[in-house]
Design a protein around this ligand. Structure first.
Ligand code: ATP
Ligand code: MG
Length: 573
């Protein structure tokens, strides 16, 4: 492909809404253009990258025994009603009506469609297992579309669904997909980590997110510095440092005392005003839930993890109480709640057990208690792991590890679904004994555009993108320095043809532009190998070759170019 022919509008400046580097560079390098919030055109260069990711995914999925299918993007509501998700899926589901006023939605994920497809055909265990996947456009009406392809509303996903006769077989396929995902992201040249993403309801280790390590990632991941435990911070568990710790210190319990704290509501305000460390504060949060009004306690320097709280309470919903409900529960404006004398159910994080002579709201405006002590001054119904992890928390899985926190971009997700959809939608089969059973399912997703964007987050410099070879839109970028020089152009055209005939993707900048402009665009676009044809090197029957990721330029004989480029490309670097 030649620059003079390709539709490649590069830009000096990024649009003002581009907050992260991958978004800025994808727009500037002419890969994508915005149509509406979270909805993009893929221009030729962008689509080439998307196809590279898709092909890696497709090859590895096929190798793993999965089969490609294609399902509709427009989905009738009846299937979603059957699974129960029509009511609960919220506003991300874009609901539409056809001319007959029938309800449809744009598929944000395809469990319903695939379950319907498989239940229609599969009768016997002999037809199982099945792993079916598609690479297809999804629509989710995200509340905050941003970061370009990273969080779009319309985006391309590889989604796979597997169906099994036994739990063991489903677990085996889960592992197969886990391994396949590792191979896919390795082949994409990404630095990533598989992290635990779900506990509780579905159980233990049956969901993993694949996180690409990047400071701009929207997710925070906790990972142990000793063992291989890694989990999304929302899910990461903490070893209890509570039981038995209280009283170990030298500090003696002091008598409870009420002090005036006019207008002091937040942890910072109270600890500043009373000149004490936030660790001494017992933060009391009042929640409304299907289990009633709850007072939940965490230490002042910690943050409540509502997912953990919900799970510990076995609640199906949970909201922070509004001002009126707080007043009703505590007789005080919000900011002054505390467990002493409180009538509601109290649940506390383990770390509350370690606080001696603590400080809490006095359930009265402008007042706090100091020297508050557990059991003497208040009782707790349930203790649990309720807080967000922080760096240096102890690892739950190993003896002496500590948790580190890093940021990541979720590019893939594997999930053991069990019988959630097959039961709701009656997807059954006859087992060896002729008994009717629900199929056991797994689902496995990869964001194609998000993977391409994540690659840029990891591979760029101030000049532009640095594509890893497997995702690069072209392998080599050929630059004739002066298109009006016959000798230069003859050589450039010959090298161009030679490389293309060798099966390589070659891009040639045949524009009548200054060398500086061409080099800047080459750096912006980020094709891994740059080959420059100029008069000086030509005198030695050579051209210049430079890797985008390296600084050094070397001369190479024209006759050796093909061999050299093939060598670099096949090494995958
Ligand atoms: P997130 O937590 O980031 O919203 P999710 O957990 O809802 O993602 P899944 O339902 O697991 O996403 O979808 C599978 C994959 O699809 C994700 O791992 C991600 O790579 C990709 N993906 C999800 N939402 C988007 C989006 N809005 N834009 C681009 N890719 C997305
Ligand atoms: Mg997910």
């Amino acid at each position: 492909m030649k620059f003079s022919k390709i539709f490649l509008p590069t830009l000096k400046d990024a649009p003002s809404d581009a907050e992260v580097v991958s978004h800025r560079l994808m727009v500037r390098a002419g890969l994508i253009r915005k149509v509406a919030s979270g909805i993009y055109n893929y221009l030729p260069l962008g689509l080439r990258v998307i196809r590279k990711v898709e092909n890696i995914v497709r090859e590895e999925m096929n190798k793993a025994g999965a089969q490609e299918v294609s399902m509709p993007m427009v989905v009738p509501s009846e299937l979603w009603q059957e699974s129960g998700r029509w009511e609960v899926y919220g506003k991300e589901l874009l609901r539409i009506k056809d001319r007959h006023e029938r309800d449809f939605c744009l598929g944000p994920t395809h469990e319903e469609i695939i379950t319907d497809m498989v239940r229609g055909e599969v009768r016997s265990y002999r037809q199982l297992p099945l792993n079916l996947y598609q690479i297809q456009t999804k629509f989710r009406d995200e509340i905050r579309p941003r970061f370009g392809l990273m969080r779009g509303r319309e985006f391309i996903m590889k989604d796979a669904y597997s169906f099994h006769a036994t739990e063991e077989d489903a677990d085996k396929e889960y592992q197969n997909m886990y391994d396949t995902y590792c191979r896919i992201f390795e082949r994409c040249g990404l630095k990533f980590r598989a992290v635990e993403a779900e506990t509780g309801a579905i159980g233990g280790r049956f969901s993993h997110e694949f996180m690409v390590l990047a400071d701009t990632g929207e997710d925070a991941v906790a990972s142990c510095n000793k063992c291989n435990y890694a989990a999304n911070v929302e899910r990461a568990e903490i070893k209890s440092q509570g039981s038995g710790v209280r009283g170990q210190g030298s500090e003696k319990d002091k008598p409870l005392e009420k002090v005036s704290t006019p207008g002091m509501k937040t942890v910072e305000e109270v600890s500043g005003f009373l000149k004490t460390a936030p660790e001494r504060l017992i933060k009391t949060l009042i929640y409304n839930s299907d289990k009633g009004i709850i007072a939940a306690l965490v230490r002042g320097d910690h943050e409540m993890n509502e997912a953990k709280l919900k799970r510990t309470l076995d609640a199906s919903w949970l909201n922070l109480a509004d001002e009126e409900a707080v007043r009703k529960a505590t007789n005080a404006p919000s900011g002054f709640a505390g467990p002493v004398g409180l009538k509601t159910k109290i649940i506390a994080d383990y770390s509350i057990q370690t606080i001696i002579n603590g400080i809490t709201g006095a359930n009265e405006a402008d007042a706090h208690f100091i020297n508050v002590n557990l059991d003497r001054d208040f009782k707790v119904g349930t203790f649990g792991d309720l807080r967000m992890v922080v760096a240096d928390d102890l690892c739950l899985r190993c003896a002496d590890g500590k948790l580190e926190i890093f940021r990541g971009i979720e590019v893939g997700h594997v999930f053991k679904l069990g019988t959630k959809y097959s039961e709701a939608m009656n997807a059954t089969f006859l087992n060896e004994k002729g008994e009717e059973k629900s199929m056991i399912m797994g689902c496995y997703g990869i964001g194609i555009g998000r993977t391409a964007a994540a690659s840029i987050e990891q591979n760029h410099d101030e000049k532009g993108i640095i594509w890893p070879m497997p995702l690069a839109p072209f392998h080599a970028h050929l630059i004739p320095l002066n298109v009006n020089d016959k000798a230069i152009m003859t050589t450039a055209e010959a090298v161009y043809k030679n490389l293309i005939n060798a099966g390589l993707d070659v891009f040639m900048d045949d524009r009548d532009e200054r060398a500086g402009t061409k080099f800047n665009d080459a750096d912006l676009i980020g094709i891994p190998i740059r080959i420059t044809v100029g008069s000086k090197a030509l005198k030695e029957s050579s051209v210049e070759i430079k890797m985008r990721k390296a600084a050094d330029v070397s001369l190479i004989k024209i006759d050796d170019v093909k061999k050299k480029v093939l060598e670099i490309v096949s090494s995958g670097r």
